[in-house]
Design a protein around this ligand. Structure first.
Ligand code: ASP
Ligand code: MG
Length: 456
């Protein structure tokens, strides 16, 4: 068996849902790991599709028949993978899978009797439990000494179910104690996305949170590199589904990539780069299907810093405008508005203000089931001011360098799309971006046209 010898380099490698979707996909990942012995801690997502099934299972009032179908569909996805392993390993894994599925069914039952976000998290965590156990065995099947580790031993969080906040001091302490010693002679496979609160209850970090888990673990373990393996060959100048002119970016700075992750096509969970930047850990993004094609390196210093690096598009934006004559020459109004938003844990992306009104944008996470700005939120804001909520908007972010200092930026951008209605513009806070909102129906056209002009 291959054992890990070098202690100087430690890469945390994260494999996303499509990378662990089936046996062939897992095998490709296993070879990526075997080919580079710096890969020591492997963080996996649930197999593609599984978390979506679990989200459905965790909802209120799911008919019993549908519950059964969902559990069966998940079972099929997993045993279709284990059947490619040796018959002993297959039997042992299937036994584990079946008992986990029994537990899952119990949670679904509890949920249908008494709904809680605590049970939701308990349900959502199963996807990563399956994939990590199976993937550890796929690694062993190609002679990589792969061990399995329950990340809940170290990923300690608060009790904010659905978007739990990780205690990074505790994480670092527990990693040193429990995880680092295991990495000396084994490649360890663990779960992204999930954690545990101080009561021992399962928590989750939010959809797509496995990237962030991997980054936090890289930070806690003093990792030298973080690799995010996905189904695209890196970060592109824009979404290649919108224009075939889009091309992969070889190198990008942390600042630019952070803007892209926040406003972009959701290649990386937006929080991923924060731990990496704190410890200056370079991040690689590549495709596990085509590792030979390379990918994008994200790091502190890069060789070129072009004015325009990329154009990101984020759909499903909600624009909330609050208006109050009381705001005129008054202080403390914004604090009250943000007080309401903070109470409901709503995070604002963009903001513009005028004399008596403020416009705020919110991102609706994909896969979310409730509308973000609930009637309760609106009612509470209406105590303070007039409120209007608009949906059907897209956020276009032009990302690059020195955007607040360069001349002619506005002209290059807005002249190109002068026949489009721009609903809101944000510029000036960061030298790395200029953002604006357009009608959802104009979004693709705007991105394509801007890309042709700025990147030709
Ligand atoms: N499995 C979780 C999700 O689908 C976490 C992740 O994949 O990052 O959201
Ligand atoms: Mg993801």
């Amino acid at each position: 068996m291959n054992s890990v010898q070098s202690t100087s380099s430690l890469t945390v490698a994260k494999f996303g849902g499509t990378s662990v979707a089936d046996f062939q996909a897992m095998l490709r990942c296993a070879h990526i790991i075997k080919n580079d012995t710096s890969n020591r801690l492997i963080v996996v997502s649930a197999s593609a599709g599984v978390t979506n099934y679990l989200v459905r299972l965790s909802q209120k009032n799911i008919p019993v028949n549908e519950q059964k179908d969902i559990v069966e569909n998940i079972r099929v996805i997993q045993v279709n993978i284990t059947q490619h392993l040796s018959s002993e390993v297959e039997a042992a894994l299937n036994q584990e899978i079946n008992s986990l599925l029994d537990e899952l069914t119990q949670h679904a039952l509890t949920q249908s009797l008494q709904y809680s976000t605590k049970t939701t998290d308990a349900i959502l965590a199963f996807g990563e439990q399956f994939s990590s156990r199976i993937f550890a065995q796929v690694l062993q099947s190609i002679d990589v000494a792969g061990g399995y580790f329950n990340v809940q031993q170290v990923m300690k969080t608060n009790s904010l179910h659905g978007k739990a906040v990780v205690d990074i001091n505790e994480l670092s302490k527990q990693c040193t104690l429990l995880l680092a010693p295991k990495l000396v002679d084994k490649v360890i496979v663990t779960q992204g996305f999930i954690g545990q609160d101080s009561h021992g209850h399962t928590t989750t970090l939010g959809r797509g949170g496995s990237d962030y888990s991997a980054a936090l673990l890289a930070e806690a373990l003093n990792g030298t590199n973080l690799s995010i393996w996905t189904d695209v060959v890196g970060i592109f100048t824009t979404d290649p589904r919108i224009t075939d002119q889009a091309r992969a970016i070889k190198e990008i700075s942390f600042g630019e990539a952070a803007e892209m992750a926040t406003f972009g096509a959701k290649i990386l969970h937006p929080a991923t780069l924060i731990p990496a930047m704190r410890r200056n850990i370079p991040v690689f993004v590549g495709s596990s299907k085509e590792p030979e094609k390379g990918g994008t390196q994200i790091k502190k210093e890069v060789e070129s810093n072009p004015t325009y690096r990329s154009i990101a598009l984020r759909r499903e934006q909600t624009l909330v405008t609050v208006k109050s004559p009381a705001m005129l020459h008054a202080s403390g109004f914004l604090a009250k508005v943000f007080g309401v938003l903070a109470k409901h844990e709503l995070s604002v992306d963009l903001i513009t203000t005028s004399e008596i009104s403020v416009a705020l944008t919110f991102d609706n996470p994909s896969g979310s089931t409730q509308s973000l700005i609930t009637n309760t939120v609106v009612a509470e804001l209406e105590q303070l001011c007039e409120v209007s909520v608009e949906n059907g908007l897209s956020l276009v972010a032009v990302i690059g360098n020195g955007l607040t200092g360069a001349k002619g930026i506005g002209q290059s951008i807005f002249e190109t799309i002068n026949d489009i209605n721009i609903r809101m513009i944000c510029h000036g806070a960061s030298a790395n971006n200029l953002c604006f909102l357009v009608d959802e129906r104009d979004a693709n056209f705007v991105v394509e046209k801007l890309h042709n002009t700025l990147f030709s």
